[in-house]
Design a protein around this ligand. Sequence first.
Ligand SMILES: Cc1cc2nc3c(=O)[nH]c(=O)nc-3n(C[C@H](O)[C@H](O)[C@H](O)COP(=O)(O)O)c2cc1C
Length: 210
Amino acid sequence: MKVLMINGSPRGDGSNTLRALREMETVFVKNGVECEIVTVGDKAIRGCMGCAACHKTGKCAIDDMVNEVAEKFKECDGMVIGSPVYYAAANGTLVSFLDRLFYSSQFDKRFKVGASVAAARRGGLTSTFDQLNKYFTVSGMPLASGTYWNGVHGRRVGEAVEDAEGLQNMRTLAESMTFLMRSIALGKEKYGEFEAEKKIYTDFIKRNKA
Ligand SMILES: Cc1cc2nc3c(=O)[nH]c(=O)nc-3n(C[C@H](O)[C@H](O)[C@H](O)COP(=O)(O)O)c2cc1C
């Protein structure tokens, strides 16, 4: 069982987003779930060019860490995305990364469990949480939940350590995610996966292009 965690903070080891992810990691380790944290927030990652080359190759035409992480994404059973809140939304570098990762990778993501986490001084946690969850829910990925809309509070580096409720939520979220990943693995064995319908792809409702 493997979880891939994406850290969208550029603020290094003490960042509040990373603090939240590390709290989840302690639970994954305890549960015997393999766990890797990949930091993207401090990298120079440009946004999607809309070139559609990936429709043919299944890879992003900009051959950077997006394609490397896509390989890890393919292998994992669950993904956590963590972001600092910038203007009530996710960090721009992270959004560039996620747009390209989810759009270019063509493998089946259904039933990989997703969880989103945000870190903020004060406001915009839930809008960021909603924004990040959209990558999962457009991909057939079920969401794990904690005890609140997943977030930690803190402005300066390291302040999230004082947010006891936020960190408790992270631990519960990791337990819930472990349970869901295990249950899905069992369910696949017992019931098998359903066959996905061929995707209907329309421009508005006027014509079927597929
Ligand atoms: C450009 C920018 C915009 C920000 N916008 C918000 C905001 O909308 N709401 C908020 O509560 N905090 C905001 N903050 C504060 C950060 O969310 C906060 O410092 C958070 O802990 C950063 O997480 P990190 O340590 O993981 O990088 C902003 C910070 C920056 C640099």
